[in-house]
Design a protein around this ligand. Structure first.
Ligand SMILES: C[S@@+](CC[C@H](N)C(=O)[O-])C[C@H]1O[C@@H](n2cnc3c(N)ncnc32)[C@H](O)[C@@H]1O
Length: 210
C-alpha cells in the first residue's frame, strides 16, 4: 500500500514539524458549540486537534498510523499536563482495525485522504463508531483545489466533495448539519496567499426514539 506506516513515518521524520501547530479551523468552527464528551481524532498527526479538544474538556482517543507523529504529539501535549491527562494516544492502522461501534460523542477526521475503496470503507466504520446523538465531522481537500495552484495529492479519488460523504450516510439515522465547500486563505510558497477549498461535513446521529 502506498500510504502505509513507513510512508507516514518517513514524511514526519523529514521535518521537525509537518503541519501548523494550530488546530484545524474547521474543527474550531464546528466543535466549539458541542458539549464535551468522548472524542476520536482520526489520523491525529502532530496532535494539535487532540490537544485543543482536550483543553475544551473532551476525553480524546487520538489514533495515528505513524509512531513518529504520535511521539511528537505526545511530547507537545506534555507541556499541558491537564490536557495530556485527557488524551489517549493510540498507534493503529484504522483501515485494518477500525474503531468500535457506537462509542464516541464526536468523531473528527481532518484531511484523512485515502484511495476511494479504503476511504469509503473507513468512513462507513467511522460513522458507525459515533454514539447515538453524537457528531461526525469530516473535513478534507475539495477536488477544486487541484486547480488552485497549491500542492495537493493528485491521485484520482483521494480528494472528495462533502456531498459524496453525505451520500454515504443513511438519512433515517443521520441529520446533516453542515455540507459545505468552504473557502479559506492560506500562505503560498512565495510568501503570498492562495484561496483553498475544504469539504466540510458535519452530521449528527439521531438518538433512538423512546
Ligand atoms: C494529512 S495528515 C492530517 C493530520 C491531522 N489530522 C491534521 O489535520 O493536522 C493524515 C494523518 O493520517 C494518518 N494516517 C494515514 N493513514 C492512516 C491509517 N490507515 N490509520 C491511522 N492513521 C492514518 C497519517 O499518519 C497522518 O498523520
Amino acid at each position: 500500500m502506498k500510504f502505509d506506516e513507513s510512508f507516514w513515518d518517513e514524511r514526519y521524520r523529514q521535518h521537525g514539524s509537518v503541519w501548523s501547530r494550530n488546530p484545524n479551523p474547521n474543527l474550531l468552527a464546528e466543535a466549539a458549540g458541542l458539549r464535551p464528551g468522548s472524542a476520536l481524532d482520526v489520523g491525529s498527526g502532530e496532535g494539535a486537534d487532540a490537544i485543543w479538544l482536550a483543553r475544551q474538556g473532551w476525553r480524546v482517543t487520538a489514533v495515528d498510523i505513524s509512531s513518529v507523529a504520535l511521539g511528537r504529539a505526545a511530547e507537545r501535549a506534555s507541556q499541558d499536563a491537564e490536557a495530556a491527562g485527557r488524551i489517549t494516544w493510540a498507534h493503529n492502522d484504522l483501515t485494518a482495525s477500525p474503531p468500535p461501534g457506537g462509542t464516541f460523542d464526536l468523531v473528527s477526521a481532518q484531511f484523512m485522504h485515502l484511495p476511494l475503496a479504503q476511504r469509503t470503507e473507513l468512513y462507513h466504520r467511522l460513522a458507525a463508531s459515533v454514539a447515538p446523538g453524537g457528531t461526525l465531522l469530516i473535513v478534507g481537500h475539495h477536488p477544486s483545489d487541484l486547480e488552485a495552484g497549491i500542492r495537493r495529492p493528485s491521485e484520482p479519488g483521494l480528494l472528495f466533495t462533502p456531498e459524496e460523504i453525505a451520500a454515504g450516510l443513511d438519512p433515517d439515522e443521520w441529520e446533516i448539519d453542515v455540507c459545505e465547500a468552504r473557502r479559506r486563505s492560506v500562505p503560498d510558497a512565495d510568501g503570498g496567499s492562495v484561496t483553498v477549498t475544504d469539504s466540510v461535513l458535519r452530521a449528527h446521529r439521531r438518538a433512538p426514539r423512546p
